[in-house]
Design a binder for this molecule. Structure first.
Ligand SMILES: [Zn+2]
Ligand SMILES: [Zn+2]
Length: 93
């Protein structure tokens, strides 16, 4: 039960939009959820990947996970689904 990988998304302030537009697009972080460049003021960093705050959702129920999430096998889950999925026997940690 305590082996869960709880991840607290880190909100990193990004340069303001006018600054970012002067930066080569390759340096703008790409969202791991929608694959778009992140031009938001804040980006979430989870699992060494960047996410729009609106794109960080439970892989199962799509609940927004801006506060806390659980990761497994490269996917992020809400607490409920994290433990639910575990019971299905697909544990890959
Ligand atoms: Zn996104
Ligand atoms: Zn969920």
């Amino acid at each position: 039960m305590m082996q869960s990988t709880a991840v607290i998304p880190t909100e990193s302030p990004v340069k303001s939009l006018p600054d970012i537009l002067g930066v080569p697009m390759q340096q703008v972080p790409q969202c791991a959820g929608c694959s778009q460049h992140i031009l938001d003021k804040f980006i979430l960093k989870v699992l060494d990947r960047h996410w729009h705050s609106k794109c960080l959702k439970c892989a199962d129920c799509q609940a927004p996970l801006a506060d806390k999430c659980f990761s497994r096998a490269g996917n992020v889950y809400c607490k409920d689904d994290f433990f639910k999925t575990k019971k299905k026997g697909t544990d890959q940690i």
